[in-house]
Design a binder for this molecule. Structure first.
Ligand code: SF4
Length: 119
């Protein structure tokens, strides 16, 4: 049995959750103030993911940069691959929130989308 402490970040309370898990599943949690910690802790152990946020240059826009994010969280181990793939990307104005800036980033099946408008 594996054990560890994981901070639940589902809400600002930030409970330090004690977890026990085996090779296949989360077995128990303790010290969580609510049941929302279960799914979060299980994901952190077996499939940790992060939303990547950054900016990319804009060609011919009123702003030199546009803020972007992955449309959904990517596997934590691929965060640097995503950043590398975005390194050479230049977005073309005009840009609207939600526009796809890079499709299927790093083969994750997840798009990178704009989070601001650029005229
Ligand atoms: S366990 Fe519940 S109360 Fe604690 S941080 Fe997670 S969501 Fe918030």
């Amino acid at each position: 049995m594996n054990t560890g402490e994981i901070v639940c970040v589902v809400c600002p309370t930030s409970c330090l959750v004690h977890a026990e898990w085996d090779d296949e599943e989360l077995v128990s949690i303790d010290r969580a103030r609510c049941k929302l910690a279960w799914d979060y802790v299980a994901a952190e152990i077996f499939d940790p993911r992060r939303t990547v946020t950054t900016t990319v240059p804009v060609d011919a826009g009123q702003s030199p940069l546009v803020s972007v994010k992955t449309a959904s969280p990517v596997p934590k181990g691929m965060v640097f691959d995503v950043m590398n793939d975005l390194a050479g990307v230049v977005a073309k104005a005009p840009i609207t929130v939600g526009d796809v800036i890079l499709k299927d980033v790093s083969g994750t099946g997840i798009d990178v989308v704009a989070t601001m408008n650029v005229a």
